[in-house]
Design a protein around this ligand. Structure first.
Ligand SMILES: [Zn+2]
Length: 308
């Protein structure tokens, strides 16, 4: 059942890509075959839900590092690895940090996505976590490849955080570790669940705290076929997503952030969050929008100040 769907899906992608290519003769971004391959692999049953401190999590990590090496993204720390432990049981976890040096080489934008998920239940049910958050990881790999070929003005740190599902542990450790002087981190762009097109809507959360970012985001979304929505970041209103993923420790350090994600869907944190539910047209358009937003943030980074 699954394999037939899988192949039909690829057939669709080949046609979809040809369609884009006819419209536009310049290089197509993102490479839909690579993006979907990454997403399918990371959310496959063989990775058993990528829970922190499991073999499936380790396989995901090795895969991400191989892809970064292939793209030519440098290791920001030795072998890309930032190991740490957390909690009273000292659970081991590992962040992955890749680096692209900017022209000015001084300040940083941290682009993040967590690669862990919640694992398995009863040793039979696999939480594949296709949207949450194989989608963010595959997006980061595509963005890393793009910016490797199109050098940004500022340094880009690609952070694949571990143990998000256990309380944002990877992002918290990253900020405490001061592996980057936090005064040089001028922005965080966090991706968590960016592929489900059920409503054709993507949220950009965080402009409540840094309103300057709103027109920049509107600029990035103006020619896109998906709807970019704001909100979910007012402390007096629910739902409030500011503490919901790895952007939270950046927010607490008063670093401007934008969190990109879709609304909760019926498969959120269920064993049904599988790759076949993803709408590739929506997902690829979301990646394009996020890429353009990052380019605009990069060009205006000096003006982006928390609270303004
Ligand atoms: Zn998530």
């Amino acid at each position: 059942m699954k394999s037939l769907k899988y192949y039909l899906f690829f057939l669709f992608l080949i046609f979809a890509q040809q369609g884009f290519a006819q419209k536009d003769s310049i290089a197509v971004f993102p490479d839909s075959t690579k993006v979907m391959n990454d997403l399918f692999f990371l959310s496959s049953d063989s990775l058993q839900g990528r829970k922190t401190n499991t073999l499936g999590n380790e396989i995901a990590r090795e895969y991400i590092i191989k892809r970064l090496q292939k793209v030519g993204v440098s290791a920001y720390v030795q072998d890309y690895l930032q190991p740490f432990t957390f909690g009273k049981d000292s659970i081991p976890a590992v962040n992955i940090l890749g680096f692209i040096e900017g022209f000015t080489g001084k300040n940083f934008i941290v682009i993040s996505a967590h690669y862990d998920h919640v694992g398995m239940e009863d040793s039979t049910k696999i939480f594949n976590g296709a949207d949450d958050n194989a989608s963010g990881v595959a997006s980061l790999l595509a963005l890393a490849e793009y910016f490797r070929e199109n050098q940004p003005e500022n340094n880009l740190l690609f952070a694949f955080f571990d143990a998000e599902e256990m309380g944002l542990q990877g992002a918290k450790h990253f900020m405490q570790s001061v592996v980057v002087d936090t005064s040089k981190i001028k922005m965080n762009v966090n991706l968590d669940m960016v592929s489900r097109g059920d409503k054709n809507e993507l949220y950009a959360v965080g402009t409540y705290f840094t309103p300057y970012l709103k027109p920049l985001l509107n600029e990035a979304s103006k020619d896109k076929s998906i709807e970019l929505l704001f909100g979910r970041d007012n402390p007096k209103k629910k739902p409030y997503w500011v503490n919901a993923s790895d952007h939270a420790p950046f927010h607490q350090a008063e670093i401007p952030f934008i969190y990109f994600g879709v609304d909760d869907h019926p498969d959120y944190h269920k064993i049904t969050d599988t790759a076949d539910k993803i709408n590739p047209n929506f997902y690829l358009e979301a990646i394009r929008l996020i890429k353009e937003a990052i380019e605009i943030f990069d060009a205006n980074l000096g003006e982006i100040v928390y609270g303004k």
